[in-house]
Design a protein around this ligand. Structure first.
Ligand code: 6PG
Length: 263
């Protein structure tokens, strides 16, 4: 069965975030009815942060069995632990700190990428996270069975820290790469590769703002992955684009969700 692709449009960022949060609990709740542990991969960026905050503020938060969730990141900024610009700090602020403080989620289930003030250099940090992913994977697999993987998308079509024409987007192995001279600050980052991202069953891409419309339009029209990385994203079961109206401006109408209106 070929993977499904859905494009859902919401009036504004707030509507997008609350819709994603509601779908998150429905989806992960359903997954936990069929398997003992759900592996979820978070992302960074402003939309990613808004969605984490919506998940954390949801009245459904305490109904999910967080003890059966393993959390990962698709990318991380090469900054000291606890730096406010780190993607895991964004998740702590919006969701994780509360869950840990209330004993709902064990820190050991939060798989943070290494920090720049730790013992590893950037390349060793990439190898270390790849090894951690492999340890949590089924025998012989490079990464766990990611049940749900979140992505933001940059105006240039980057996802995670895979930037157009950079070496990382060309890597064909499902692993973790070190990124240097990133066009988006900070200059050094760590990122899952596209093959690692595409091992996820479900990929949810969340975009808001008119500056995202051109790259998304190109991607959905079949652009080249090296030139527009988001064009190469495809979950094994389902890929959903959650958009506000501005980001959806160049989506071919025939691709909009069945009713074609604000979902
Ligand atoms: O470290 C990061 O910044 C993110 O991982 C990055 O991939 C982000 O998701 C996109 O750049 C979109 O960011 P916005 O949602 O802020 O536009």
């Amino acid at each position: 069965m070929s993977p499904e692709r859905l494009v859902l449009v919401y009036d504004d960022r707030a509507g997008l975030a609350s819709a994603v949060a509601a779908r998150f609990y429905e989806t992960i709740g359903g997954i936990l009815e069929t398997k003992p542990v759900a592996h979820i991969v978070f992302t960074g960026g402003t939309v990613g942060g808004e969605i984490l905050a919506a998940i954390g503020a949801s009245g459904q938060r305490d109904s999910l069995d967080w003890s059966r969730v393993e959390l990962w990141w698709g990318d991380e900024r090469w900054l000291p632990a606890g730096d406010p610009e780190r993607n895991d700090t964004l998740a702590d602020d919006g969701l994780l700190a509360g869950l840990v403080a209330q004993g709902l989620l064990a820190p050991a289930r939060i798989h943070r990428l290494p920090a720049s003030d730790g013992p590893l250099d950037l390349d060793a940090a990439a190898g270390s996270y790849a090894a951690e992913l492999s340890r949590s994977a089924r025998k012989g697999e490079p990464v766990p069975d990611f049940d749900l993987l979140f992505l933001g998308v940059g105006p240039d079509g980057h996802v995670a820290s895979l930037f157009p024409e950079y070496d990382g987007i060309r890597v064909t192995e499902p692993t973790v790469v070190a990124v240097r001279n990133s066009p988006k600050p900070p200059p050094e980052r760590l990122s899952l590769t596209l093959p690692a991202i595409n091992r996820a069953d479900r990929v949810w891409l969340c975009l808001a703002g008119a500056d995202k419309a051109p790259a998304l339009g190109l991607a959905l029209a079949g652009a080249n992955t090296v030139e527009v990385p988001v064009a190469g994203v495809s979950g094994r079961v389902r890929t959903i684009f959650f958009l506000d109206r501005d980001a959806a401006a160049e989506v071919p109408p025939e691709l909009l969700a069945d009713d074609g209106t604000t979902a």
